[in-house]
Design a protein around this ligand. Structure first.
Ligand SMILES: C[S@@+](CC[C@H](N)C(=O)[O-])C[C@H]1O[C@@H](n2cnc3c(N)ncnc32)[C@H](O)[C@@H]1O
Length: 279
């Protein structure tokens, strides 16, 4: 299943090209940096705990789960009315009902510049209109998204809260904002403000604690010496994956880059899950 949002750092490329890395038996799937949930929607787990620090994102997932028909009807209305003036009027609206707020969030996400999510100091979404005008997409399936999400607990909050709750039988997929200077990543300065190096260390510590409780962990992060040092080879397998960066503003920066997958249940040498560790 595809996600219903576009998201900076989204992992559609990972599930399209390296899906085998992500499959592991589990009783519950836990994703504490949800974003668009590309990995969640790919794996389609029956039971999940999904969380993110962005409360507007989480309430949108909640409305898609609980009121998919209403959200779809409101998106049809946005599609009919969509033009530049309408985009900026919708962007300024303060709405109260869950379905209306979710449709606003999805409408702006699909028609704003590069699918970015950025707010000003007052917490108001301030991304300009982009070049895409399709509010509804041919492969949208709000009923299927809702059906899957019925098995998910949703929470707005810091990653530590969800990770602390994990135990044996849980598979934890962790995809934080990338902090370090990474290849030609021009979003680093912005990310340092939303996810500092201290947060990366705090995340590593909570993943070490989860590992001790018997949780399977798969982490995406920047391919950078500082990240490799944070996750020593004695405890963590690392796989380097090549990809083309979509978000770089200039074509110079759209060169192939590499990212890391770090895990306590993969064999780095074979690039396949190690059955001795993972069954
Ligand atoms: C790289 S994105 C995740 C992308 C996602 N894997 C996808 O496929 O769309 C990182 C997410 O972490 C969230 N985030 C930032 N700081 C956080 C924190 N301290 N705790 C939890 N989530 C956080 C952001 O709101 C963002 O949605």
């Amino acid at each position: 299943m595809k996600p219903f949002l576009n998201w900076a750092g989204g992992k559609r490329w990972l599930v399209s090209n390296h899906a085998a890395i992500l499959h592991a038996p589990c009783d519950r799937f836990v994703e504490p940096f949800l974003g668009s949930g590309a990995v969640y929607f790919h794996l389609e787990p029956k039971k999940a705990l999904l969380s993110d620090a962005n409360p507007r994102l989480i309430e949108t997932f909640g409305a898609v789960r609980d009121e998919p028909g209403e959200v779809l009807e409101l998106l049809k209305l946005h599609q009919r009315r969509h033009d530049s003036g309408y985009y900026y009027r919708v962007r300024e609206q303060s709405l109260r009902k869950n379905a209306t707020r979710a449709a606003q969030f999805i409408y702006l996400n699909r028609t704003c510049f590069n699918g970015l999510y950025r707010v000003n100091l007052d917490g108001r979404f301030n991304v300009p209109k982009g070049s895409k005008d399709a509010v509804l997409l041919p492969d949208d399936d709000f009923l299927a998204w809702s059906e899957l999400l019925r098995g998910a607990q949703l929470r707005a909050g810091d990653f530590a809260e969800s990770i602390e709750e994990t135990g044996p039988g849980d598979l934890l997929y962790v995809d934080p904002p990338y902090t370090v200077k990474h290849n030609m990543n021009n979003f680093v300065k912005y990310n340092e403000r939303i996810f500092s190096w201290a947060d990366q260390v705090r995340l590593r510590d909570s993943l070490v604690a989860a590992t001790k409780r018997g949780v399977r962990v798969i982490l995406s992060n920047a391919d950078h010496p500082s990240i490799r040092d944070l996750y020593p080879a004695s405890d963590w397998a690392k796989i380097t994956l090549g990809r083309h960066s979509r978000l770089a503003a200039s074509s110079d920066h759209r060169k192939p880059t590499t990212e890391l997958v770090i895990s306590n249940c993969l064999s780095a040498r074979s690039k396949h899950r190690d059955p001795r560790v993972c069954t």
